[in-house]
Design a protein around this ligand. Structure first.
Ligand SMILES: Nc1nc2c(ncn2[C@@H]2O[C@H](COP(=O)(O)OP(=O)(O)O)[C@@H](O)[C@H]2O)c(=O)[nH]1
Ligand SMILES: [Mg+2]
Length: 509
């Protein structure tokens, strides 16, 4: 089996993680109070070991004879345990999860790794001082989880970037894991700070610092990052779902639904495309650094109205392309899509109809896509619907859109405003950070933004002109390699993913 080990780091990471496990346990008919499978449909449990370790409590099934004829077969007693390590630098959230009667004993007790002092919303405390105290213990638990797998496909981390633990310790962990397991995929679900794409005030004044430092690690060590903005989730709650004052519980529920949909193709059998993290990421990511993927979720209906929703492939596809369904801000009309993946779920979903709708949408939205990746939309259909949904079908979209660079630009501007005056700098340097790290982090984000912008503006024709110029003036290797990689996509002979398939994604591109 191709297993995935989850790391949930800090308050936000653990609160989202807890909802995610609650939600997928339900989908596999596993009772999180005792880890027992309570279902009857084998299809639902067949691939559960991607996310759950199945521990045989009976020591194996056996047959015994009583008298001459009767045979008693002792059923295996399997306990399903999340392949998850729960990490925090303060005890509050982990204590709450551990003491929850409905889910606390679902997780391995040793996999709760925590400290007492907190990270005080300071990335350097999470990365260096406070985080360093427990990072080896975390890595040991992760190694133990990896030993319990047959063929690990990768890691999935949930964390926020604006605080100290999820951001700082989260960064340290992805940096270390990418060195230790360079061939394994690292996927991050990363909550951006509240004010990421607007002038909204933030909870934490140093959020831009924490976020820019985290983004440097994500660029280098993550293979696929799904950024989330609470602002978008609040908007969905108030405008679409009719929730007046949304809480973290409301927004985390939305995130868990989206994560369930995105991972359904990894957790259930019979899905052709996107059936593992590598396929999903190679299809979406034409250049390793540009791996920040916008996710959309549909339908978005208030739970009370779900019984009245009639939905078909056409309507669902339209909603999946609608920016109102996205979990981070930004209208794709202001940028370009590089690639996209549409994941459909539901017993009644027709693959033929999905293809028809995707082709129609692809022509309609042609101007929103770069023209040098021909087969840019991937689809997959999972026939297992979420059990609680009263709706005939649902889905998620994943878009590699250059629009995300506008959000990064706003974060960068906020960072620069403070850094120019060296505001709050001492809080980081006194934890052992050097000013060089500030420069490097800023330069890394500036590079990322300019790469996105470069590809956004690049047209097939321009590329060829540029290539001629390169040859005439003997321009640098970087430009030539850009041209040749574009040419291989533009030639139409390969899909964006297939040209990279099989090549291990490495740190530091
Ligand atoms: N969606 C969501 N965001 C959260 C949650 N808890 C905290 N945040 C956000 O995370 C950021 C603060 O980070 P936090 O996770 O509390 O810090 P840490 O414990 O040091 O990692 C802020 O941007 C919060 O808005 C949560 O449960 N759900
Ligand atoms: Mg915290």
């Amino acid at each position: 089996m191709r297993e995935i080990v989850t790391l949930q780091v800090g308050q936000c990471g653990n609160q989202i993680g807890y909802k995610f496990w609650e939600s997928i346990a339900k989908e596999h008919d596993i009772n999180p109070a005792n880890g027992q499978w309570e279902g009857t449909n084998e299809k639902l449990i067949e691939k559960a070991s991607v996310y759950f370790q199945d521990i045989d409590l009976s020591g194996g099934s056996f047959t015994s004879k009583i008298g001459a004829q009767s045979t008693i077969v002792q059923e295996k007693s399997i306990r399903y345990v999340p392949r998850a390590v729960l990490i925090d630098l303060e005890p509050g959230v982990l204590d709450a999860i551990r003491s929850s009667p409905s889910i606390g004993s679902f997780f391995k007790p040793d996999n709760f790794v925590q400290a007492q002092n907190g990270a005080g919303n300071n990335w350097s405390k999470g990365y260096y001082t406070e985080g360093a105290e427990i990072v080896e213990q975390v890595l040991d638990q992760v190694r133990r989880e990896v030993e319990g797998t047959d063929c690990l496909q990768g890691f999935q981390m949930m964390h926020s970037l604006g605080g100290g633990t999820g951001s700082g310790l989260g960064s340290s962990l992805i940096d270390k894991l990418s060195q230790e397991y360079p061939e394994k995929i690292m996927m991050n679900l990363s909550v951006l700070p509240g004010s990421a794409s607007s002038d909204a005030t933030s909870d934490v004044v140093v959020e831009p610092y924490n976020t820019v430092f985290s983004l440097k690690s994500l660029v280098e060590s993550s293979h696929m990052t799904l950024p989330i903005e609470n602002q978008s989730l609040y908007r969905i709650c108030t405008q679409t779902l009719g929730v007046q004052s949304p809480t973290f519980a409301d927004v985390n529920y939305l995130i868990s639904q989206s994560m369930s949909n995105i991972t359904a193709s990894l957790r259930f059998p019979g899905v052709a495309n996107n059936s593992d993290l590598r396929k999903l990421s190679t299809n979406l990511i034409p250049f390793p650094r540009l791996h920040f993927i916008t996710q959309g979720q549909a339908p978005l209906v208030a739970r009370a109205s779900s019984a009245y929703v009639t939905l078909d492939e056409r309507e669902l596809t339209q909603q999946l392309f609608d920016p109102r369904s996205f979990l981070c801000e930004g209208n794709p009309a202001n940028g370009r899509f590089l690639t996209g993946s549409l994941l459909y779920r539901g017993q009644s979903v027709s693959i033929g109809e999905v293809e028809h709708q995707i082709n129609a949408m692809s022509s309609k939205k042609k101007a929103h896509f770069v023209d040098w990746i021909p087969d840019r939309l991937m689809t997959s259909v999972c026939s297992v619907s979420p059990p609680h949904a009263n709706i005939p079908m649902c889905g998620s979209s994943l878009f590699n859109s250059t629009t995300i660079s506008q959000t990064f630009q706003r974060i960068l501007e906020k960072y620069q405003k403070m850094y120019r005056k060296k505001a709050f700098l001492y809080q980081y340097t006194q934890e052992g950070m050097s000013e060089d790290e500030f420069h490097e982090a800023q330069a890394s984000l500036e590079d990322l933004i300019s790469q996105y912008q470069q590809y956004q503006e690049m047209q097939t024709g321009e590329d060829e002109e540029e290539e001629d110029e390169d040859m005439n003036v003997g321009a640098g290797a970087a430009k030539q390699s850009l041209s040749s990689s574009l040419r291989s996509f533009a030639s139409g002979s390969t899909r964006p993913g297939s040209s990279m398939a099989g090549t291990p994604l490495k740190k530091g591109h």
